[in-house]
Design a protein around this ligand. Structure first.
Ligand code: SF4
Length: 230
């Protein structure tokens, strides 16, 4: 029988402490990201609806085609849905996404008089989340992306990579689904660390802690990871 490699016993760590430790190790490796506004909030909202159940490449292509095809958000909101569907076809699922986008734009227009969502910055975070969540097809991930990436607010967006990596690391429990993980992770971190945690974990999930074959031997988190594979 070949000798089995002994693992050092791991000291028990609370999920909150493990999250802090993980962030520190990943930022030592990756650096600390500087927040920047990727798109204005309405564009981010529409692009994120387009990104549901498709790749970033396809949804970005669809979003840019939509903006190039129509002269304004008014024009998108009031257009023949078939024309909008044609513009965003690379994102797929246009039967669901087009009505969501048009209805969302109409509700934003009705509420704001234009398409300026920066008023969300002035609201308590929970109220800003609730306002976005009331829009059609807008769940916790889309909400957190708009608040975090477009408005710089401390909302934790959890995608498939972050859900997988935090599960393997024991930061969230095995029964916590991605929707529930948003609030759980957000509550574990200081507000100033939420954006950095999101960025660090996505990069780690894409490059190291991959879905099928995590590269545990090359992982800076291996000593802190209960899910590591030898
Ligand atoms: S040790 Fe393995 S499972 Fe744990 S975070 Fe690193 S790559 Fe993922």
């Amino acid at each position: 029988m070949p000798a089995t490699k002994e693992r050092k016993p791991r000291r028990p760590t609370s999920p909150k402490k493990r999250a802090a430790e993980v962030l520190e190790l990943l930022q030592q490796q990756q650096g600390v990201p500087v927040w920047y506004q990727r798109y204005d909030p309405t564009t981010e909202l529409v692009f994120t609806i387009l990104s549901q159940h498709t790749s970033d490449v396809n949804s970005e292509r669809a979003g840019h085609k939509l903006k190039a095809t129509f002269s304004s958000w008014d024009a998108v909101a009031d257009a023949d849905p078939a024309l909008v569907a044609e513009a965003v076809k690379s994102a797929g699922l246009s039967k669901q996404k087009v009505p969501r986008i048009q209805e969302t734009l109409k509700r934003v227009r009705e509420f704001t008089g234009d398409y300026d969502l920066t008023f969300l910055r002035e609201m308590p975070l929970a109220d800003a989340k609730a306002w976005l969540r009331a829009l059609p097809g807008v769940g916790p991930k889309t909400t957190a992306i708009v608040l975090s990436f477009a408005l710089g607010l401390p909302a934790m967006a959890v995608d498939v990579h972050i859900h997988r990596v935090t599960g393997r690391l024991g930061i969230i429990g095995p029964k916590v689904n991605a929707d529930k993980a948003h609030d759980i992770l957000e509550a574990m971190l200081p507000e100033d660390d939420i954006y950095g945690f999101h960025v660090a974990l996505i990069a780690h999930g894409r490059e190291v802690c991959k879905a099928l074959r995590p590269l545990c031997g090359d992982c800076v988190l291996r000593d802190a990871c209960p899910g590591r594979r030898e």
